[in-house]
Design a protein around this ligand. Structure first.
Ligand code: DON
Length: 315
Protein backbone atom coordinates (compact mmCIF):
# COMPACT_ATOMS: atom_id res chain seq x y z
CA UNK A 1 0.00 0.00 0.00
CA UNK A 2 1.57 3.29 -1.06
CA UNK A 3 2.13 6.24 1.21
CA UNK A 4 -0.29 9.10 0.77
CA UNK A 5 2.39 11.36 -0.79
CA UNK A 6 3.13 8.76 -3.41
CA UNK A 7 -0.55 8.03 -4.05
CA UNK A 8 -1.37 11.70 -4.59
CA UNK A 9 1.58 12.17 -6.94
CA UNK A 10 0.61 9.07 -8.93
CA UNK A 11 -3.01 10.11 -9.26
CA UNK A 12 -2.05 13.66 -10.30
CA UNK A 13 0.42 12.36 -12.90
CA UNK A 14 -2.21 10.02 -14.32
CA UNK A 15 -4.84 12.75 -14.49
CA UNK A 16 -2.42 15.12 -16.26
CA UNK A 17 -2.17 12.59 -19.10
CA UNK A 18 -5.88 12.20 -19.70
CA UNK A 19 -7.57 13.80 -22.65
CA UNK A 20 -11.18 12.90 -21.70
CA UNK A 21 -11.56 15.75 -19.24
CA UNK A 22 -15.29 16.55 -19.47
CA UNK A 23 -16.77 19.94 -20.30
CA UNK A 24 -16.23 23.16 -18.39
CA UNK A 25 -19.49 24.78 -17.23
CA UNK A 26 -20.47 27.67 -19.50
CA UNK A 27 -23.90 28.59 -18.11
CA UNK A 28 -22.01 30.89 -15.75
CA UNK A 29 -19.98 32.68 -18.43
CA UNK A 30 -17.06 33.50 -16.15
CA UNK A 31 -16.54 29.78 -15.37
CA UNK A 32 -16.32 29.02 -19.08
CA UNK A 33 -12.98 30.86 -19.21
CA UNK A 34 -11.17 28.36 -17.01
CA UNK A 35 -8.46 26.15 -18.55
CA UNK A 36 -9.76 22.54 -18.61
CA UNK A 37 -6.20 21.16 -18.40
CA UNK A 38 -5.89 22.23 -14.78
CA UNK A 39 -5.75 19.55 -12.10
CA UNK A 40 -4.96 19.94 -8.44
CA UNK A 41 -5.30 17.81 -5.35
CA UNK A 42 -4.59 18.38 -1.66
CA UNK A 43 -4.87 16.20 1.42
CA UNK A 44 -4.68 17.54 4.96
CA UNK A 45 -4.42 14.72 7.47
CA UNK A 46 -5.75 14.88 10.99
CA UNK A 47 -2.17 14.58 12.23
CA UNK A 48 -1.31 17.81 10.43
CA UNK A 49 0.35 16.78 7.20
CA UNK A 50 -0.44 18.86 4.09
CA UNK A 51 0.20 16.97 0.88
CA UNK A 52 -0.21 18.67 -2.49
CA UNK A 53 0.03 17.69 -6.14
CA UNK A 54 -0.61 19.44 -9.45
CA UNK A 55 -2.27 22.88 -9.37
CA UNK A 56 -3.11 22.57 -5.68
CA UNK A 57 -2.30 26.19 -4.90
CA UNK A 58 -4.33 27.78 -7.68
CA UNK A 59 -7.65 29.30 -6.62
CA UNK A 60 -10.84 28.24 -8.40
CA UNK A 61 -14.53 28.98 -7.92
CA UNK A 62 -15.74 26.59 -5.23
CA UNK A 63 -19.41 27.05 -6.24
CA UNK A 64 -21.60 24.41 -4.59
CA UNK A 65 -18.85 23.19 -2.28
CA UNK A 66 -19.62 26.40 -0.37
CA UNK A 67 -23.04 24.93 0.47
CA UNK A 68 -21.32 22.75 3.11
CA UNK A 69 -20.00 25.82 4.92
CA UNK A 70 -23.26 27.76 4.53
CA UNK A 71 -25.18 24.78 5.93
CA UNK A 72 -22.78 24.48 8.87
CA UNK A 73 -23.30 28.18 9.71
CA UNK A 74 -27.08 27.97 9.33
CA UNK A 75 -27.26 24.94 11.63
CA UNK A 76 -25.24 26.94 14.14
CA UNK A 77 -27.82 29.72 13.96
CA UNK A 78 -31.13 27.87 13.95
CA UNK A 79 -30.22 24.26 14.77
CA UNK A 80 -32.70 21.55 13.87
CA UNK A 81 -35.38 24.15 13.08
CA UNK A 82 -33.68 24.30 9.68
CA UNK A 83 -35.24 20.94 8.86
CA UNK A 84 -38.73 22.46 8.84
CA UNK A 85 -37.69 24.41 5.75
CA UNK A 86 -35.28 22.02 4.01
CA UNK A 87 -35.39 18.24 3.67
CA UNK A 88 -32.66 15.66 4.13
CA UNK A 89 -33.34 13.30 1.24
CA UNK A 90 -31.43 12.82 -1.99
CA UNK A 91 -33.35 14.44 -4.82
CA UNK A 92 -32.45 12.08 -7.66
CA UNK A 93 -32.69 15.20 -9.81
CA UNK A 94 -30.19 17.68 -11.22
CA UNK A 95 -28.83 20.39 -8.94
CA UNK A 96 -30.99 23.13 -10.46
CA UNK A 97 -34.23 21.17 -10.84
CA UNK A 98 -37.57 22.74 -9.95
CA UNK A 99 -39.85 19.71 -10.45
CA UNK A 100 -40.16 18.44 -6.86
CA UNK A 101 -40.87 21.85 -5.37
CA UNK A 102 -44.49 21.94 -6.53
CA UNK A 103 -45.40 18.56 -5.02
CA UNK A 104 -43.44 19.24 -1.87
CA UNK A 105 -44.88 22.68 -1.06
CA UNK A 106 -41.77 24.69 -1.80
CA UNK A 107 -39.61 22.67 0.62
CA UNK A 108 -36.41 21.62 -1.15
CA UNK A 109 -35.29 18.02 -0.80
CA UNK A 110 -31.91 18.83 0.76
CA UNK A 111 -29.56 21.74 1.50
CA UNK A 112 -27.17 20.94 -1.35
CA UNK A 113 -29.46 21.30 -4.36
CA UNK A 114 -29.71 24.93 -5.43
CA UNK A 115 -33.21 25.41 -3.99
CA UNK A 116 -32.09 24.10 -0.59
CA UNK A 117 -28.98 26.26 -0.55
CA UNK A 118 -31.07 29.34 -1.41
CA UNK A 119 -33.22 28.64 1.67
CA UNK A 120 -30.03 28.25 3.72
CA UNK A 121 -28.89 31.66 2.40
CA UNK A 122 -32.26 33.09 3.43
CA UNK A 123 -31.68 31.70 6.95
CA UNK A 124 -28.22 33.33 7.08
CA UNK A 125 -29.76 36.63 6.02
CA UNK A 126 -31.98 36.86 9.12
CA UNK A 127 -31.20 40.06 10.99
CA UNK A 128 -28.54 41.10 8.48
CA UNK A 129 -27.99 43.10 5.35
CA UNK A 130 -26.86 40.82 2.49
CA UNK A 131 -23.36 42.35 2.70
CA UNK A 132 -23.08 41.31 6.37
CA UNK A 133 -24.34 37.77 5.74
CA UNK A 134 -21.88 37.37 2.87
CA UNK A 135 -19.06 38.69 5.06
CA UNK A 136 -20.01 36.25 7.81
CA UNK A 137 -19.79 33.26 5.46
CA UNK A 138 -16.46 34.42 4.04
CA UNK A 139 -15.00 34.97 7.51
CA UNK A 140 -16.22 31.53 8.60
CA UNK A 141 -14.46 29.90 5.64
CA UNK A 142 -11.29 31.92 6.34
CA UNK A 143 -11.45 30.82 9.97
CA UNK A 144 -11.92 27.15 9.05
CA UNK A 145 -9.01 27.25 6.60
CA UNK A 146 -6.94 29.45 8.93
CA UNK A 147 -6.30 31.69 5.93
CA UNK A 148 -7.58 35.25 5.64
CA UNK A 149 -6.37 35.63 2.05
CA UNK A 150 -9.45 33.75 0.78
CA UNK A 151 -11.70 36.07 -1.23
CA UNK A 152 -14.99 36.18 -3.09
CA UNK A 153 -14.57 36.57 -6.85
CA UNK A 154 -17.02 39.41 -7.53
CA UNK A 155 -16.82 38.88 -11.30
CA UNK A 156 -18.02 35.29 -10.90
CA UNK A 157 -20.85 36.42 -8.61
CA UNK A 158 -21.90 39.11 -11.10
CA UNK A 159 -21.64 36.67 -13.99
CA UNK A 160 -23.91 34.20 -12.21
CA UNK A 161 -26.42 36.89 -11.23
CA UNK A 162 -26.60 38.10 -14.83
CA UNK A 163 -27.51 34.62 -16.10
CA UNK A 164 -29.13 33.10 -13.02
CA UNK A 165 -32.62 32.72 -14.47
CA UNK A 166 -33.17 29.26 -13.01
CA UNK A 167 -32.10 30.28 -9.55
CA UNK A 168 -34.40 33.30 -9.74
CA UNK A 169 -37.19 30.93 -10.76
CA UNK A 170 -36.45 28.60 -7.82
CA UNK A 171 -36.31 31.48 -5.34
CA UNK A 172 -39.50 33.11 -6.61
CA UNK A 173 -41.28 29.78 -6.56
CA UNK A 174 -40.25 29.05 -2.96
CA UNK A 175 -41.22 32.58 -1.99
CA UNK A 176 -44.72 31.89 -3.31
CA UNK A 177 -44.96 28.99 -0.82
CA UNK A 178 -43.71 31.22 2.01
CA UNK A 179 -40.40 29.34 2.31
CA UNK A 180 -38.25 32.43 1.79
CA UNK A 181 -38.47 35.08 4.48
CA UNK A 182 -36.64 37.76 2.51
CA UNK A 183 -37.01 39.06 -1.01
CA UNK A 184 -35.70 36.51 -3.53
CA UNK A 185 -33.03 38.86 -4.89
CA UNK A 186 -31.61 39.36 -1.40
CA UNK A 187 -31.37 35.63 -0.62
CA UNK A 188 -29.90 35.09 -4.08
CA UNK A 189 -27.35 37.84 -3.51
CA UNK A 190 -26.05 35.89 -0.51
CA UNK A 191 -26.20 32.62 -2.44
CA UNK A 192 -24.38 33.88 -5.56
CA UNK A 193 -21.62 35.40 -3.45
CA UNK A 194 -20.92 32.34 -1.32
CA UNK A 195 -20.84 30.22 -4.47
CA UNK A 196 -18.27 32.70 -5.86
CA UNK A 197 -15.75 32.12 -3.05
CA UNK A 198 -12.41 31.32 -4.68
CA UNK A 199 -10.13 28.81 -2.97
CA UNK A 200 -7.24 26.55 -3.83
CA UNK A 201 -7.30 22.82 -3.12
CA UNK A 202 -4.98 23.46 -0.18
CA UNK A 203 -7.33 26.05 1.30
CA UNK A 204 -10.41 23.90 0.70
CA UNK A 205 -8.86 20.81 2.29
CA UNK A 206 -7.82 22.95 5.26
CA UNK A 207 -11.38 24.26 5.60
CA UNK A 208 -12.77 20.70 5.61
CA UNK A 209 -10.57 19.53 8.48
CA UNK A 210 -13.25 19.85 11.15
CA UNK A 211 -15.47 17.39 9.29
CA UNK A 212 -12.71 14.77 9.19
CA UNK A 213 -12.01 15.21 12.87
CA UNK A 214 -15.35 14.86 14.65
CA UNK A 215 -16.21 18.57 14.45
CA UNK A 216 -12.91 19.86 15.89
CA UNK A 217 -10.07 21.66 14.20
CA UNK A 218 -7.33 19.02 14.51
CA UNK A 219 -4.59 21.66 14.72
CA UNK A 220 -6.03 23.60 17.65
CA UNK A 221 -8.48 21.09 19.17
CA UNK A 222 -11.13 23.82 19.12
CA UNK A 223 -14.67 22.69 18.49
CA UNK A 224 -16.35 24.02 15.34
CA UNK A 225 -19.48 21.86 15.59
CA UNK A 226 -20.45 18.91 17.80
CA UNK A 227 -19.31 15.45 16.79
CA UNK A 228 -22.92 14.53 16.09
CA UNK A 229 -23.35 17.50 13.75
CA UNK A 230 -20.13 16.66 11.91
CA UNK A 231 -21.42 13.11 11.37
CA UNK A 232 -24.74 14.40 10.11
CA UNK A 233 -23.16 16.86 7.68
CA UNK A 234 -21.02 13.96 6.44
CA UNK A 235 -24.14 11.83 5.97
CA UNK A 236 -25.75 14.57 3.89
CA UNK A 237 -22.60 14.92 1.80
CA UNK A 238 -22.59 11.18 1.14
CA UNK A 239 -26.26 10.98 0.20
CA UNK A 240 -26.81 14.36 -1.49
CA UNK A 241 -23.40 15.93 -2.19
CA UNK A 242 -23.27 14.94 -5.86
CA UNK A 243 -26.96 15.44 -6.76
CA UNK A 244 -28.30 12.69 -9.02
CA UNK A 245 -24.74 11.34 -9.16
CA UNK A 246 -24.57 10.86 -5.37
CA UNK A 247 -25.27 7.12 -5.44
CA UNK A 248 -22.60 6.57 -8.05
CA UNK A 249 -20.05 8.64 -6.13
CA UNK A 250 -20.79 6.71 -2.92
CA UNK A 251 -20.51 3.44 -4.83
CA UNK A 252 -17.25 4.33 -6.51
CA UNK A 253 -15.49 6.41 -3.87
CA UNK A 254 -17.21 5.49 -0.61
CA UNK A 255 -16.56 8.72 1.31
CA UNK A 256 -18.70 11.83 1.87
CA UNK A 257 -18.07 14.41 -0.84
CA UNK A 258 -19.40 17.72 -2.08
CA UNK A 259 -18.92 18.86 -5.62
CA UNK A 260 -19.10 22.26 -7.28
CA UNK A 261 -19.69 23.21 -10.87
CA UNK A 262 -16.31 24.98 -10.85
CA UNK A 263 -14.83 21.46 -10.84
CA UNK A 264 -13.92 21.21 -7.17
CA UNK A 265 -14.79 18.37 -4.81
CA UNK A 266 -14.27 18.28 -1.05
CA UNK A 267 -13.95 14.71 0.24
CA UNK A 268 -13.95 13.72 3.89
CA UNK A 269 -12.26 10.61 5.25
CA UNK A 270 -13.55 10.55 8.83
CA UNK A 271 -10.75 10.16 11.33
CA UNK A 272 -8.09 10.47 8.66
CA UNK A 273 -8.05 13.44 6.31
CA UNK A 274 -9.80 16.17 4.37
CA UNK A 275 -9.20 16.01 0.61
CA UNK A 276 -9.82 18.62 -2.06
CA UNK A 277 -9.52 17.99 -5.76
CA UNK A 278 -10.04 20.30 -8.73
CA UNK A 279 -10.43 19.60 -12.41
CA UNK A 280 -12.76 22.03 -14.23
CA UNK A 281 -14.29 19.63 -16.78
CA UNK A 282 -17.59 18.13 -15.63
CA UNK A 283 -19.38 14.82 -16.14
CA UNK A 284 -23.04 14.40 -17.09
CA UNK A 285 -24.19 15.18 -13.54
CA UNK A 286 -22.31 18.49 -13.36
CA UNK A 287 -19.63 17.04 -11.07
CA UNK A 288 -15.90 17.17 -11.82
CA UNK A 289 -15.14 14.31 -14.17
CA UNK A 290 -11.47 13.79 -13.39
CA UNK A 291 -11.97 14.91 -9.79
CA UNK A 292 -14.37 12.01 -9.26
CA UNK A 293 -12.05 9.58 -11.01
CA UNK A 294 -9.06 10.82 -9.01
CA UNK A 295 -10.90 10.37 -5.72
CA UNK A 296 -12.03 6.90 -6.77
CA UNK A 297 -8.44 5.91 -7.49
CA UNK A 298 -7.06 7.50 -4.34
CA UNK A 299 -9.72 5.92 -2.14
CA UNK A 300 -8.97 2.51 -3.61
CA UNK A 301 -5.19 2.95 -3.19
CA UNK A 302 -5.59 4.10 0.41
CA UNK A 303 -8.51 1.79 1.36
CA UNK A 304 -10.49 4.85 2.35
CA UNK A 305 -14.12 3.80 2.01
CA UNK A 306 -16.14 4.56 5.14
CA UNK A 307 -17.49 1.04 4.66
CA UNK A 308 -14.04 -0.58 4.94
CA UNK A 309 -13.62 -2.23 8.35
CA UNK A 310 -10.06 -0.92 8.64
CA UNK A 311 -10.74 2.44 6.96
CA UNK A 312 -8.58 5.18 8.34
CA UNK A 313 -5.55 3.09 9.17
CA UNK A 314 -3.67 4.09 6.07
CA UNK A 315 -2.29 7.56 5.71
O1 DON B 1 -26.42 27.93 -8.60
C1 DON B 1 -25.61 27.46 -9.40
O2 DON B 1 -25.97 26.95 -10.45
C2 DON B 1 -24.15 27.49 -9.02
N1 DON B 1 -23.85 28.66 -8.24
C3 DON B 1 -23.75 26.30 -8.21
C4 DON B 1 -24.10 24.98 -8.86
C5 DON B 1 -23.12 23.92 -8.58
O3 DON B 1 -22.00 24.13 -8.19
C6 DON B 1 -23.56 22.55 -8.92
N2 DON B 1 -22.50 21.61 -8.65
N3 DON B 1 -22.01 20.76 -9.18
Amino acid sequence: MPELEQALAEVAAEMAERTDRGDVATYIPQLGKVDPRKFGIAAVTNDGRVILAGDADQAFSIQSVSKVFALTLALGKVGDALWHRVGREPSGNPFNSIVQLEHENGIPRNPFINAGAIVVSDVLLAGHQPREAIGEILRFVQFLADDDTIIIDREVAASERATGYRNFALANYMKSFGNLHHEPELALGVYFHHCAIAMSCRQLAMAGRFLANGGRNPATGHSVVSAERARRIGALMLTCGHYDGSGDFAFRVGIPGKSGVGGGILGIVPGVASIAVWSPGLNEYGNSKLGSIALEKLARMMNWSIFAPDAGRRQ
